[in-house]
Design a protein around this ligand. Structure first.
Ligand code: ADP
Ligand code: ASP
Ligand code: MG
Length: 407
């Protein structure tokens, strides 16, 4: 017998037939002697539909109300699941985030889980029943509904698995595992059998939306094995776990891209101590997270520098306003912005012991005539900012260059 948390994503519960099917799957797992907790996302497209409704009323809806609105998607899914189970003669109780004991901080739309006390879920499991929990949502200390950020049902699932001391967490989705790159972008993408938390964390934070970043972080911090599998077809899927000798030895495990960042450049700022920190503290005070930062000698001018950085696309307008307002105080000549960018990245723990990985990456991009605007590296990843229109081409070129289609 195992204690399992199963999470089904939006496409896996997109209609009543699929909801019935996942209900049958959960019941079958329970009938095999397992303790099964199910976490569901909203039905496919529902979160986007609700967000669009709110934005038709105003471009910046109050975040508290937005959370209250978009959390309803998951409420619908879990209720329908419990009703489908009832139709099969199974007693299943659905729980909203607060009923499952998920307490979060106050950051509406990107709340973090502070505490998880799934007492009512445990009571159901102890009776030999399945518990079904709404993903993506919790409650804050004021008693208001909060949501965990897009893709947050993954986080609910892994957090519940940890709180319930589960043997593992199963993430059911519309692909049959973690691939070397998004299989919807590159037809040669190959499924990976085992991947380390570290690599998955980098892939997620660099754009692979198959797993939400914080869910991987939680899995890593608590050593919770995560199985990613197709919801409606058989197969072993991918296990996300500690780095181990059975993992394939390759310098690059995967390629990913992201198109949700924008670049801001302050031109001709004084090249003196404290300038970068003044610029970045203006940004961080507004709760905007800066990703890449690059500083270059201003062309032909001694004593001046250009400073570029990237921010999430959703914070781009606000960042530009802040920089235009602070331009004079910072002594910058201009504040330029570019939201027509993409970031392509390669990730792999094997990079630690391989020389020439960066050179191969740059050659592959150059061979396609793709210019690199910014570069950042860490021990296990290299990212390049390029023009947005080349993003998918770059992914395929890098996948070929590192021969990721070959085991
Ligand atoms: P769910 O609704 O089940 O949460 P998501 O849409 O969030 O599913 O994530 C699944 C999608 O992630 C896939 O359809 C695929 O396009 C995308 N994806 C991106 N990178 C990868 C990757 N490396 N491996 C597998 N899928 C990936
Ligand atoms: N429904 C939410 C979203 O679309 C959460 C999730 O699916 O994980 O982002
Ligand atoms: Mg998802």
């Amino acid at each position: 017998m195992a204690r399992i948390v199963q999470k089904y994503g939006g496409s896996s519960v997109a209609n009543l037939n699929l909801i019935r099917e996942v209900a049958r799957k959960a019941v079958a797992a329970r009938n095999q002697g397992n303790e099964v907790t199910v976490v569901l996302s909203a039905m496919k497209g529902e979160t986007d539909r609700l967000l669009k409704l709110a934005k038709e009323l105003t471009p910046s809806p109050p975040l508290r109300e937005l959370d209250s609105l978009i959390s309803t998607g998951e409420q619908v899914s879990v209720s329908l699941f419990a009703i489908a189970c009832a139709a099969m003669g199974e007693k299943v109780k659905s729980f909203l985030g607060f009923q499952a004991g998920i307490l979060t901080d106050d950051h509406h739309q990107k709340a973090r889980i502070l505490k998880l006390d799934p007492a009512r879920v445990k009571t159901e499991l102890a009776k030999g029943r399945i518990a079904v929990v709404a993903g993506f949502q919790g409650i804050n200390r004021q008693g208001d509904v909060s949501t965990l950020g897009r893709g947050g049902s993954d986080t609910t699932a892994v957090a519940l698995a940890v709180a319930l001391n589960a043997d593992h967490c199963e993430i059911y989705t519309d692909v049959d595992g973690i691939y070397t790159t998004d299989p919807n972008v590159c037809s040669k993408a190959r499924k990976i059998d085992r991947i380390s938390y570290e690599e998955m964390l980098e892939l997620s934070s660099l754009g692979a939306k198959v797993m939400e970043i914080r869910s991987v972080e939680l899995g890593m911090n608590y050593g919770m094995p995560i199985h990613v599998r197709h919801a409606h077809s058989p197969g072993d899927g991918t296990v996300i776990t500690k780095e181990d000798p059975n993992m394939e030895k390759t310098p690059v495990r995967g390629v990913t891209h992201q198109i949700n960042e924008a670049r801001v450049t302050l031109t001709k700022v004084r090249d003196e101590p404290g300038v970068a920190s003044r610029i970045l503290s203006i940004i961080s005070k507004s709760d905007i997270i800066v990703d890449m930062i690059i500083q270059n000698r201003s062309r032909g001018e001694d004593g001046f520098t250009d400073l570029s950085f990237t921010v999430p696309l959703s914070d781009y307008e606000r960042t530009m306003e802040l920089m235009r307002a602070a331009r004079e105080e910072l002594g910058a000549e201009g504040a330029l912005g570019d939201d027509d960018i993409a970031k392509v990245s390669i990730v792999g723990v094997g990079m630690r012991n391989h020389a020439g990985v960066a050179a191969t990456m740059f050659q592959a991009l150059a061979a396609e005539g793709i210019n690199i605007d910014m570069i950042t590296t860490s021990e296990i990843k290299i990212s390049c900012v390029i023009q947005k229109k080349y993003a998918e081409l770059a992914v395929r070129a890098l996948h070929d260059a590192f021969e990721l289609d070959k085991a």
